[in-house]
Design a protein around this ligand. Structure first.
Ligand code: PLP
Length: 405
């Protein structure tokens, strides 16, 4: 008889988004509302840039001719040189030297963050920030590194609280030393972006203890403040202790197009083995690359025209973020994020829980948000709003919230 991976049975059922959906449906059925405005979505809504579409059309035509047709990609790391070189050059322009064979192109940062555990032993101690992007937690639970779920936390994970009190950046842990440390900056869900000093502290810690930092910078393109690092590799010593995940999803609206990349420096060695070589072996075995058309689309985001267009879209989202942040602050809430990220993280009024505040905003303002408690115990007392909506609807949602507070 075949046996299942018992760790899957320990996973709590998908709770957050199904529960939000249930409450929204129940409310809409009872009181057909004036239009519901969704500020809970974590997906982009603006179309792909014209430069990207043009590159895709051209690539499709190439696929239709025998002379230019492409099958399996035979080039390094399952990615075409044109894309890896463009990524390498974009790092270089930002002052970071990355070799092209340190760049692995994939179909998503979610898959890479989730699969990276393949190259690490099951006995590693894992630390996650709290609140957290659930992928880091659930994939380690599936692998058996998280222990058991006690209704609030996993018994074997180290939770690093990120709250207003510590500026939403984790302090170094006191007891047990983690081997794998997930850091997401700019952060989903808090919208906080780590400073150079904060990242240096973790890089020094990881180098001192032989830990590895798994750095998710899916939102780096949203950084507006000068001096905030876009890459962990801007930090002295990071190449011997960090892996970086980036994605075209939020940067260029590729959530439905699918392209991302992971950087593993060749200087990153554990147990005498190169993690770059292990990941290359893992990808070569379990992955056959990203569609040629998609890689051409991703390449187009690095051209002058592509850069201009994707920056306009990011500016559009960041303007929504500003509207939300200023509006909710004016309404008396304590509001964080929204400057270097498309997420706004708002403190609920004194004594009101995340889910209760979610219900108030849904029922009185017809605005859908995301309760912070859904991202981990330290998210209790906060709600997340996103800047991915339409501009008019965002203004309207903020007006409605102001009216009821
Ligand atoms: C959206 C998001 C990603 C991107 O995932 P893709 O699979 O590349 O679409 C990665 N990390 C975080 C924290 C995200 O919110």
């Amino acid at each position: 008889m075949a046996h299942i991976n018992q760790n899957f049975l320990k996973l709590p059922g998908g709770y957050l988004f199904p529960e939000i959906g249930r409450r929204v449906r129940a409310f809409s059925a009872e009181n057909p509302p004036k239009s519901l405005i969704r500020l809970g979505i974590g997906d982009v809504t603006q179309p792909l840039a014209p430069a990207v579409i043009e590159a895709m059309h051209k690539a499709v035509e190439e696929m239709g001719r025998k002379e230019t047709f492409r099958g399996y990609c035979e080039e390094t790391c399952c990615a075409y040189d044109f894309l890896r070189f463009a990524i390498r050059d974009s790092y270089k322009a930002a002052g970071v030297e990355i070799a092209d064979d340190e760049i692995f192109v994939s179909d998503g940062a979610k898959s890479d963050c989730g699969s990276i555990g393949d190259i690490f032993g099951l006995d590693n101690v894992v630390a996650v920030c709290d609140p957290v992007y659930p992928v880091y937690v659930d994939t380690n639970a599936m692998a058996g590194r998280a222990g058991d779920y006690d209704g609030e936390k996993w018994t074997d994970l180290i939770y690093l609280p990120c709250t207003a009190e510590n500026g939403f950046f984790p302090a170094l842990p006191e007891g047990k030393v983690p081997d794998l440390i997930y850091i997401c900056s700019p952060n989903n869900p808090t919208g906080a972006a780590a400073t150079r000093e904060q990242l240096q502290m973790w890089v020094d810690y990881a180098n001192a203890h032989g830990s590895v930092i798994l750095y998710d910078s899916a939102y780096e393109a949203f950084i507006t403040e000068p001096g905030i690092p876009h890459s962990i590799f801007e930090i002295e010593g990071a190449k011997t202790c960090a892996i970086e995940f980036r994605s075209f999803s939020k940067t260029a609206g590729f959530t439905g197009t699918r392209c991302a990349y992971t950087v593993i420096p060749k200087a990153l060695v554990r147990d005498g083995a190169s993690l770059n070589a292990l990941w290359s072996r893992r990808q070569g075995t379990k992955f056959n690359g990203v569609a040629y058309v998609t890689q051409r689309a991703a390449e187009a985001t690095f051209t002058a025209e592509g850069q201009k267009q994707i920056k306009e879209t990011i500016a559009f989202y960041l303007n929504n973020a500003k509207v939300i942040k200023e509006g909710l602050s004016a309404a008396g809430l304590n509001v964080y994020g929204g400057v270097n990220a498309p997420y706004i993280w708002a403190r609920t009024p004194e004594g009101v829980s995340s889910w209760d505040f979610f219900d108030v905003l849904l029922k009185k303002a017809c605005v859908v948000t995301t309760p912070g408690a859904g991202f981990g115990p330290s998210g209790e007392g906060y709600i997340r709003l996103t800047a991915f909506g339409d501009a008019d609807a965002t203004v309207e949602a903020v007006e409605r919230i102001k009216d009821i507070l």
